[in-house]
Design a protein around this ligand. Sequence first.
Ligand code: C2G
Length: 129
Amino acid sequence: MKRVITYGTFDLIHYGHINLLKRARELGDYLIVALSTDEFNWNSKQKKCYFSYQKRQQLLEAIRYVDLVIPEECWEQKVNDVQLYHVDTFVMGDDWTGKFDFLKDYCQVVYLPRTPEISTTQIKEDLHQ
Ligand code: C2G
């Protein structure tokens, strides 16, 4: 079984996220999503989520491409996650290109093109118009 992992906040989940999750899942047989906790988002990513971790987890677990959701609590957990879950492939959108190349010592690292024109920030801005 080929195991894939990806990380993110996935707030106000949208088709850009779905495109990423679909392609990530297609790189293997099992997709793990490490979901940024509310604390990690606020303390390390300066992101205030609209939906709580529990709600974002519920949404992700309802997506056919997602097999397991685990918490992302810090930047430094990725090597441990890859080893603990026997991950073959690490996937992120290409806005992160190069940032996680250190994981190449442990697994395949793939950066996939982002879906242009859509982002959680853009959704929030459009709704405030
Ligand atoms: N994404 C995408 N296309 C978009 C928006 C997002 O492909 N239009 C991808 C991002 O590249 C990322 C994933 O969807 O791979 C989740 O995006 P975010 O929730 O914004 O995650 P981010 O804040 O980048 O957190 O340790 C890594 C971080 O947790 C990544």
